[in-house]
Design a protein. Structure first.
Lengths: 472, 490
């Protein structure tokens, strides 16, 4: 047993236990909880970074540690760290619930790390459920119970339905191939993909991950949950949770090898509908978090383009895209959290005059919005470019064209955000936003990362291709 | 290819970017300081572009001032800048319009810092596009040059600015939605794993089918920016909505990006596609020339008149490109240069008048030549250039294009020349309505252009005259690129 392979997971488990202990203390102390979480998350990021080059198998080969999983673990721990950075004023969660809030974040991160390393279908299922259940509670924790409970319940109902469907798919897949290890499936599946039973089993299994990624038709929870959850919790769902979903979806699709034309066709259709539905629905949104939810549906569509290409460039482009999504989505939520400093939801109209109230946040919003829209020279553009290049290599010209048209549609609502922040003036003059120096540095850093990684994407691309090489 | 020690081309880009950063770190209140910094850095780009124009060795030709740095090796992306006979006039044009645009906006008082920051970003991208020889970078610069437009128009613009800004941005990015798939299509199709245009343009890289397919995407995609009929409707609306300095860059330089990119990307990489679609290009260009002239005839707003005359003039560029001849190419590039300077002068002149009278409606003005004779002169000279009067630069561009067009497409050429008469008519109508006739007493107290504010207009006017009298300065330059290019065609 090589325990050092399991250090990141053990660390996050221990972190969760710390908060379990803190939650039992009589006196609540938000500052203490916040700094403890910050310290542990930073340490966790460090642990993941140290572990990035490890490789090996654990637990009867049900658990695989490779560059792919380790890169995603770094992204997940980074996501957790960033989200905790914006938790200094956690007004949407009752103070006595703060330790539980951090506990759930740590456990959820642990579960997602197990998800990206899972090499056995049941490990994957259990990890998926653990992460989902943490999120259900996280969403329902909001102080405003009407919003939080409704969102949590919706999330939960859709979630358990999908997980039942997924279990059915796993059963079908097992009955057809007698394989539960992904390594065995790789041997059996490519030859068996003509059989309807296998294709249906595989698709039903993928449904669980589509749900996580908010791909059509499993996206209905997204707007309500984004709106109902506390802003920080939404930020976590939009960043870390999506990254984990991308990882596991990639791993599962890679299992099928290269031969599945049916699977590719289904994914093409899902991708087109996701992009189009997400972008069209986002146009009419007034609540910024709902808008970002629909934009997440659209981004799920772009991610699918990379995955369905099923080639080396496709997988590496998806890994790159996951990094891009993490940074740009988080930046948008940083602005949401800081502008809505009372912990309520943020309407588009509340962005008015942002360029005067805090030029830095306005600039961060601008860069993240352009990055989400895929305008160069930002990391979002490079991600889209790689994804499209991968699809073109497989000859999906029409798909790329449709995706580009979707990019233009999406630009409309992204520009509306910018217009609100840069042009519209609030009805009554508002005081400048109080942004603490660490947050200023963070926002500045994020802007730099998005732009610099857009201009010099070389090392990230090389890292992504190295991580994708495990599928060879 | 010749490598030089000092990277002049990158220095142009750098002076834009350093200027941008310096502006970002000056406090908002120090407006004069921001304007001086902008003037200095844009002046540096102008000097560098003039230097390049003069230092280019015409006897040797080919690509000079080459800078090549591998960027993303796994994808074959190279930071590859070079100057040749096609892009040097464009760089010079950008330098002139940039510098004069900064000076034209000297009287701006609202959010000065942000304005110049976005302005520098946009122009940096324009420079980058003109000098780049790498397909990937061309696309990046293309998109970067577009998105500051939205904020520049929506914050500092005038008439129907929200509508105009959104329409312009969506139209132009729809163009890039066609261009990006075409670029990736060629990249994947070539199998060379490179975005280097000099490598991709070797004959035999692409099959005729690939060339035809990609060319039409490039033509429509870049053509939207070049104001090709029927994709031009964003252009008059956008010009009217934009602040003057932005209109100058936009009509003067940005629309040229469209024409130039059709040449650099479409025609260079897909010559067979070009020959295949030339007939269609000629038809659309002729319609654009005629349509722009007639619609311009009925406009009531000064900026709309200029906007539609731009559509008409960019049609001439398109017609030149469609002739598939050396004269046509020379004429098209010359026309791009001349039209850029001319429209910049137009918008600069209108800008002065609008800032004083707060109206652009022709019927509300009148008799201005007696109130502000100097300001009127600038506009009238631009109008004369627009009519193609000999002695001003645009005459030569139009002449070359029409000679080439008559040879290839007699009927379409004749139609286009007739349209010139119409466009002369509408320009004269505007000049008469705005500057002659009864004086409007509301504006009697207004002052004329001072010497300082007149500098940008004088520079533009001098450029029009210089290249009108000595067209060989540019024609010799273009021929160093167009003749070898033609000889290399299959």
């Amino acid at each position: 047993m090589k325990w050092f392979l399991f250090y990141p997971e053990l660390f996050y488990f221990a972190g969760g236990m710390v908060f379990l202990g803190l939650s039992m203390l009589k006196h609540s102390n938000p500052r203490r909880d916040y700094f403890a979480a910050m310290f542990l998350a930073a340490l966790g990021l460090l642990v993941c970074l140290i572990n990035v080059n490890q490789e090996g198998f654990l637990f009867l080969k049900a658990y695989r540690v490779d560059l792919f999983s380790q890169v995603f673990k770094v992204m997940l721990s980074l996501g957790l760290f960033l989200v905790i950075c914006i938790c200094s004023e956690l007004k949407a969660i009752a103070e006595r619930h703060h330790p539980e809030f951090y506990l759930l974040l740590f456990v959820c991160t642990l579960a997602m790390m197990m998800l990206v390393s899972g090499a056995h279908i049941l490990t994957i299922y259990v990890a998926l459920e653990l992460s989902s259940y943490s999120l259900y509670v996280l969403v329902a924790l909001r102080r405003d119970e009407r919003l939080g409970l409704e969102a949590g319940l919706k999330y939960f109902l859709v979630g358990i339905f999908v997980s039942a469907v997924m279990l059915l798919g796993v059963a079908l897949l097992y009955s057809a191939t007698q394989a539960t290890y992904l390594a065995d499936m790789i041997r059996v599946l490519p030859g068996a993909l003509d059989s309807p039973l296998v294709v249906i089993g595989l698709l039903l299994t993928l449904c669980g991950f589509f749900f996580k990624l908010a791909v059509f038709p499993f996206h209905f929870w997204a707007p309500d949950v984004y709106q109902g959850a506390a802003n920080q919790a939404t930020a976590y769902i939009a960043t870390a949770s999506k990254v984990a979903a991308i990882a596991i979806l990639t791993r599962m699709v890679a299992v099928t090898g290269d031969g599945s034309i049916y699977l590719a066709h289904v994914l093409v259709i899902l991708s087109i509908i996701s992009m189009t539905v997400g972008n069209l629905a986002a146009i009419v949104q007034k609540d910024l978090k709902r808008l970002l939810a629909y934009s997440a549906v659209a981004h799920a569509g772009y991610v699918l383009i990379g995955i369905l290409s099923m080639n080396q460039l496709g997988y590496s482009s998806v890994i790159f895209y996951a990094m891009a999504l993490l940074v740009m989505k988080f930046t948008a939520f940083l602005v949401v959290v800081k502008v809505a400093d009372d912990g309520n939801n943020l309407q588009m109209s509340q962005l008015a005059g942002l360029h005067r109230r805090s030029p830095l946040l306005a600039m961060a919003l601008m860069v993240s919005v352009f990055s989400l829209a895929g305008i160069p020279p930002t990391i979002g553009f490079t991600g889209k470019f790689l994804v499209f290049a991968a699809a073109m290599e497989k000859g999906y010209f029409t798909l790329v064209l449709i995706a580009m048209i979707n990019v233009v549609i999406s630009l409309y609502y992204y520009l509306l955000i910018l217009k609100a922040a840069y042009m519209q003036e609030p009805a009554e003059t508002q005081a400048p936003l109080h942004v603490s120096p660490p947050v200023k540095i963070l926002a500045g850093l994020l802007v730099c990362v998005m732009v610099v990684a857009g201009i010099f994407p070389r090392y990230l691309i090389e890292l992504a291709s190295a991580a994708a090489a495990v599928f060879n | 290819m010749e490598y030089t020690n000092f990277p002049y081309l990158s220095a142009i880009l750098l002076s834009c970017i350093v200027g941008l950063l310096v502006i970002l770190f000056i406090p908002e209140e120090r407006q004069t300081q921001i304007k001086w910094v902008s003037a200095v850095f844009s002046g540096i780009t102008l000097i560098l572009s003039i230097y390049l124009f003069l230092a280019y060795d015409k006897t040797q030709g080919g690509l000079q001032f080459v800078e090549k740095v591998p960027w993303v090796e796994s994808l074959g992306i190279t930071y590859f800048n070079a100057a040749d006979g096609f892009n040097l006039p464009m760089l010079l044009l950008t330098g002139i319009v940039f510098f004069t645009g900064v000076l034209t906006m000297w009287e701006l008082e609202n959010r000065v810092k942000e304005f110049y920051a976005f302005y520098f970003l946009m122009v940096a991208a324009v420079f980058g596009l003109f000098m780049s020889m790498d397909l990937f970078f061309i696309f990046i610069w293309y998109d970067v040059s577009l998105f500051p437009m939205y904020l520049l128009i929506v914050v500092w613009g005038t008439t129907r600015k929200e509508y105009g800004a959104m329409k312009l941005t969506l139209y132009l990015l729809a163009g890039s939605a066609l261009v990006l798939p075409a670029i990736i299509y060629l990249f994947v199709g070539s199998g060379l794993n490179t975005f280097d245009i000099t490598l991709l343009m070797r004959s035999g890289t692409f099959t005729p089918y690939q060339q035809k397919f990609a060319f039409i995407l490039f033509y429509i995609g870049f053509g939207i920016l070049a104001g090709v009929w029927p994709f031009h409707t964003w252009s008059p609306v956008g010009h009217v909505a934009a602040p003057h300095g932005v209109s100058m860059v936009h009509a003067g330089v940005l629309m040229k990006i469209g024409g130039f990119a059709i040449l650099r990307v479409g025609i260079f990489l897909c010559p067979e596609g070009w020959q295949h679609w030339a007939q269609l290009m000629a038809v659309l260009a002729t319609i654009g020339i005629v349509y722009g002239a007639f619609v311009g005839l009925s406009q009531k707003d000064l900026k709309y008149v200029i906007g539609y005359s731009s559509v008409s003039h960019m049609g001439i560029v398109g017609l030149g490109l469609s002739t598939v001849s050396v004269d046509g190419l020379n004429g098209a590039v010359f026309q791009m240069f001349a039209h850029g300077v001319m429209t910049a002068l137009f918008f600069s002149a209108v800008g002065y008048i609008y800032d004083r009278t707060h109206t652009k409606v022709i019927s509300e003005l009148g008799g201005l030549s007696r109130i502000m004779p100097v300001a009127s002169t600038y506009f009238i000279v631009a109008a004369l250039a627009s009519m193609g009067i000999p002695g001003l630069a645009s005459f030569w561009g139009e002449l070359m294009v029409f000679i080439a067009a008559f040879k290839t497409y007699p009927v379409r050429g004749a139609l286009a020349v007739c349209a010139l008469v119409v466009s002369a008519l509408f320009m004269l109508r505007v000049v008469q309505g705005t500057f002659y006739g009864p004086k409007n007493n509301k504006y009697v107290h207004l002052t004329d252009v001072t010497f300082g504010l007149g500098i940008p207009r004088m520079i533009l006017l001098a450029t029009l005259l210089l290249f009108g009298l000595f067209p060989a300065l540019i024609f010799d330059m273009i021929e160093t690129a167009s003749i070898p290019f033609f000889n290399g065609l299959p």
